[in-house]
Write a protein that binds this ligand. Structure first.
Ligand code: BGC
Length: 749
């Protein structure tokens, strides 16, 4: 390492809160909040900080009402306990998607009760709508985030945000616990698929596009809704891979990998942040003052409010033993910077926090701060606006063009990983044997947070959507036969599949995972279960060409199967149109262009990621995944050439202009994503061998060539230095696109 001059990059953040909506200026909102706060009792204030689950206000089974609510319970929550927020789908008979009309009645009843309260403060209702309006029947359900990342298409993410917000507003809902800005750098983690993958830049671009589509310039607009960045921060990197277990993330790693996506989300205007349900470096997310206050508020300038995750304040006592009792847990969390508690089943938080303020253990100023933030968001959302209307359903829900956008997202999200001897696309009249546990279910295309929390209630799925098998059957002019039990537990009749294989030209073998999310999805190994491996081996042994199609939220190990299969399609969780999208790709109705947003491991302990350090590819170490980050084939081929950096000496502080040609070398029109990687050749902190800094996706006709330009900024050259500050050092940098590398030198100004 040479001695280098260092410049500090100014904090990324311009304070949030300058955007004004509902026709009111920030100043006006602030003075309304101040006035309202001055009229509130302690009980009313603490009520605003309390969020309860729908079950607390639910009518008992058998006493069903139109809105599924027990009015006495609602009155107790809103008028006696002054509750400011409710979440989740109706709990009776179980938490599942409801007709749009039911949702509208629920919200109407809740706000009508709130209007009876002394100060008439509306309720903010939160819902998990992570790939569309999960809990509204018939909504447009997109590919999950891991697939959206595979599209490398920011416009599609923007549109997903727009469509989700519109369908939520048509349902009367307004606050979405999405997007997940955690990075997917731990393949075992059962929520990997809720992330935009392993790369900081890709997750930043996709996540912020989603927020912008969802919120527009003014999230009080009738078709826009509030987002919530989650789960701040470090949740996604549990060392043992299990959900809600410890992460050990050093400050440098935190700042370099896990904070930037949240910083970008704050900058994009997300008004709420949900907190990490687990712990980092021995400190539970809900007790971490440094993260919640020093970094989030003082450094990032976040002005919105933070909400706890499910029951997590209680868990500081019941699970983490960080607090000696529940009361102490409430004090720790509130003083760390939590503004709203997702309690969610009782009023314990409310009662304990009132006691803590009365005893002087929590200062009233902290309560006022939290409540001001919550009220500000409620004003900004237009919740106090008496003229605000619920968006009409007509023309705003399950629109044909939105279903088409969803289908396009699904197509672009599927990765063709192997295509030996151009086995694909298949001929329309090919006789196809379809088998495997993911071949004929809709739930496996969608994953968790679909109709229900776990997404596993196949019987609740819409009848008009197509599984892989049904889509192939619909689009085929040959024979398409399905063999297999319909679930993972029934098993597959592999003997029958072997016999049937003889009467078919090709086998489409659909393997993968059943739906899950959170702790329910914990596993001890990325290996596939023996039943699937046995079926795969039996299919390969038939000698017929096997096309492996995988579905599921994690990269389960498929190495030996993939090596023997003629074709491999990685589907992950492509959503409600995923079956059709996969069939379209198999038949060549659509030319695939998805690229991997994660490194697909070759072996279970092979967890080296694409942006690894030099030491991870030194001597016996290697980055040797089955498929690398960014991998994805097309039915045509593209070539990049002529990579140039405008100047080979660049002064610190200047932008870097890059250009490259990309040509479609084949005979089919197709889309290609050009990825621009950077490497800082020598630095005072070891640098990744390459990091994605920019990308563009374009469509090219056969023979067409296009010149693409990219501009990197000084921020793109920066990293977290020895003293934990973001810096840029002069010296050599490599720009890499395709097979080309160009060097430039960064010099002192
Ligand atoms: C999950 C969050 C979710 C919340 C509300 C929690 O268990 O971790 O992602 O938003 O529940 O449903």
């Amino acid at each position: 390492m040479q001695t280098k001059a260092i410049i500090l990059i100014l904090p990324l953040f311009i304070m949030l809160g300058c955007s004004v909506n509902t026709g009111q200026t920030n100043k006006e909102i602030q003075s309304q909040v101040k006035k309202l706060l001055s009229e509130m009792t302690l009980e009313e204030k603490v009520g605003q900080m309390t969020q309860i689950d729908f079950s607390v206000i639910a009518a008992a089974e058998g006493q069903q009402t139109d809105d599924l609510i027990d009015q006495a319970k609602l009155e107790d929550a809103l008028l006696t306990h002054h509750v400011g927020s409710i979440l989740n789908a109706p709990s009776t008979p179980n938490n599942k998607a409801q007709p749009i009309a039911t949702w509208r009645k629920i919200i109407q009843s809740v706000q009508a009760m709130a209007a009876k309260s002394r100060l008439k403060i509306p309720v903010i209702y939160g819902i998990d709508a992570i790939h569309g309006a999960t809990y509204t029947q018939g909504s447009v359900l997109f590919p999950q985030a891991i697939n959206m990342a595979a599209t490398f298409n920011a416009d599609l993410s923007f549109k997903e945000g727009e469509i989700t917000a519109r369908e939520l507003r048509a349902s009367g809902l307004q606050w979405n616990f999405s997007p997940v800005m955690d990075l997917g750098r731990q393949p075992l983690w059962p929520r990997l698929w809720e992330t935009y993958g392993e790369d900081v830049h890709l997750a930043t671009v996709l996540g912020t596009s989603y927020i912008k589509g969802h919120q527009g310039d003014d999230f009080s607009a009738p078709d826009k809704a509030l987002t919530c960045l989650k789960h701040y921060v470090g949740y996604s990197f549990p060392i043992n891979g299990k959900d809600r277990t410890p992460a050990w993330i050093g400050d440098r790693m935190l700042r370099e990998y896990f904070l930037p996506t949240f910083e970008a989300g704050v900058k994009a205007g997300a008004p709420t942040v949900m907190v990490n349900s687990a712990e980092v470096d021995g400190i539970p997310g809900h007790a971490n003052h440094h993260y919640l206050t020093t970094i989030l508020r003082d450094e990032m300038g976040f002005k919105g409010f933070t909400v706890s995750d499910w029951e997590d304040i209680k868990r500081l006592y019941t699970r983490d033993k960080l607090a000696a009792n529940e009361k102490e847990a409430v004090k720790i969390a509130v003083m760390a910077g939590i503004d709203m508690s997702m309690v969610p089943f009782d009023f314990s938080f409310y009662n304990l926090l009132i006691e803590l303020v009365n005893s002087g253990d929590v200062p009233l100023s902290r309560i006022d701060e939290a409540v001001s933030r919550i009220l500000t968001v409620k004003y900004r959302a237009g919740l106090f606006d008496p003229t605000a209307q619920v968006l009409p359903v007509e023309g705003n829900f399950a629109r044909a063009e939105d279903i088409e956008t969803n289908r396009q997202a699904a197509r672009e999200s599927i990765v063709l990983a192997k295509n030996a001897n151009n086995i694909l696309p298949l001929k329309k009249d090919a006789n196809i044997l379809v088998t495997g546990p993911t071949a004929n279910l809709l739930s496996v295309l969608n994953g968790g947070w679909t109709i229900t929390w776990q997404g596993d209630q196949e019987s609740l799925y819409p009848q008009d959507k197509l599984t892989i098998f049904k889509a192939l059957q619909k689009k085929s002019s040959g024979k398409v036969t399905y063999v297999g039990g319909n679930s993972f537990t029934d098993g597959i009749d592999s003997q029958k599949a072997v016999e049937e294989a003889q009467n078919h030209d090709v086998i489409v073998l659909c393997l993968g995972e059943k739906p899950y999310t959170e702790t329910v999805g914990n596993i001890d190994s990325l290996n596939l279960d023996q039943t699937q491996i046995k079926l795969a081996n039996a299919m390969i042994a038939t000698g017929k060409p096997v096309i492996l199609v995988t579905l599921g939220g994690r990269p389960r190990i498929i190495t030996s199967i993939a090596e023997q299969a003629a074709g491999v399609i990685l589907g992950f969780l492509p959503g409600m149109e995923g079956g059709e999208a996969i069939a379209d790709i198999l038949y060549g109705n659509y030319n695939p262009n998805g690229k991997l947003p994660i490194s697909y491991p070759r072996n279970i302990n092979d967890s080296v990621l694409y942006d690894h350090k030099p030491i991870e590819s030194y001597e016996a170490n290697a980055y040797h995944p089955l498929y690398p980050f960014g991998h994805g084939l097309s039915y045509t081929t593209f070539q990049t050439s002529g990579l140039t950096v405008e100047k080979d000496h660049i002064k610190m502080g200047e932008n870097i202009n890059i250009s490259v040609n990309v040509k479609n070398m084949g005979s089919l029109t197709g889309k290609e994503t050009v990825l621009v990687y950077l490497n800082d050749v020598a630095a005072s902190v070891t640098r990744p061998n390459k990091q994605l800094k920019a990308f563009k996706k374009i469509e090219l006709a056969p023979g067409q060539i296009e010149n693409l330009s990219f501009t990197l900024t000084p921020y793109d050259l920066s990293f977290i230095g020895v003293d934990l500050k973001r810096i840029v050092e002069p010296g050599d940098f490599k720009v890499m696109v395709g097979n080309e590398t160009v060097l430039f030198s960064l010099t002192k100004p």
